[in-house]
Design a protein around this ligand. Sequence first.
Ligand code: HSE
Length: 435
Amino acid sequence: MPERPVYVGLLGLGTIGTGVVRLLQAHGPRIDERLGFPLRLKRIADIELERDRGVPLDSYALTQDWHEVVDDPEVELVIELIGGDGVARSAVLAALKAGKSVVTANKALLAHHGPEIYACAETYGSDIAFEASVGGTIPVLRALREGLCADRIDALHGIVNGTCNFILSEMEERGETYAACLKRAQDLGFAEADPSFDVNGMDSTHKLCILLGLAFGLHVLPEAIPTDGIECVTPLDIEYAERVGFRIKLMAIAKERDGGVEAWVSPTMIPRDSVLGRVGGAMNAIEVRGSMSGPTLYYGAGAGSLPTASAIVADLMELARAGRCGVKRRVPPLGTPVLREIPLRRKEDLEGEYYLRFSALDRPGVLSHIAGALGEHGISIASLLQLERHASEAVPVVMMTHPAKDAALRAALAEISHMGDVLAPTQVIPVEREI
Ligand code: HSE
């Protein structure tokens, strides 16, 4: 007798949802063969059903009401691709409460409501999988949850936003402005129509929240993570970075040391010849440093319909197998049943090296004013990169510092901003050498 299928419901038929349908149609027989039983997409919900997605949809029951998918007693697994944390949260909780396991790519939902969702799955005997929420197709969450579970993770450095990596790579290659490269990213379909969360760093912060859970057993809300986007990076900064052997990347960084964890998202100068320094275009890469395992690297497409769909369907297959074997939640979503109580270091206590670009009037004494204010706050200058005459009234004065406390730097910059010979806000970019 042929095996009974596992039925699936899909919420959200946007770019990624359509990719899931396409992948299931292309690889259906291969997937069934690997599972040893049929996996069948049965119902799809989306508010917009008229639009042609370029894939045949006639074999599915279509609806505009997500309840019809979640309430179908035959549907065992639900894929949530609605996005955001409004309807998506209600739908995920409803599915989990009905004992259905859920696959989601929704990083904002997990960053804000992860503990509520994981607890709900445990209470109702369901499960949740979210590999596609970080790094698209890259199986980095699986690696942290299982492959590296015997080790202690000391540090994690990630390029987890393809849009920003594309824009910064283009700015360097073409010497063009941020605005011009953002427009090209949108024209080529890399950036979303509203790319705010990509370029302001929040998308990376949501992903870092999930990585912090898996790597350090910590729940941190996005608001607690210092976040800077790439909007302020100029071609001048990129040029100076190149001169001193660095490249600017939007980095999501987390480290555990001295009894605390520090985590932040910021455009960061990293060595050009490091592995992460060579990750170009829209690609993502995450380097994980374990105390025993040393560095391991995860690289691949962090976005895109089919790469993301491949991670979603892999999760679906895992949950389908688990349901068949009756061993749901073999590994807890964050790899541990109990989260740790370890403090997240406050932004003002973070310490690191910085690149500083001042816009100053080209007149005697300006350098000593700036250096004096930095010195008074205990900030030592490692090198002075630029004191060339420029055509404009303001000249860039560029410095690299030795390690300095964030609080001391902010105090010095506040003082400097009131100086009559400093014309514009100072550009501050952290420097990360240990990559
Ligand atoms: N918008 C994201 C990026 C992809 O540009 O990397 C989805 O997480």
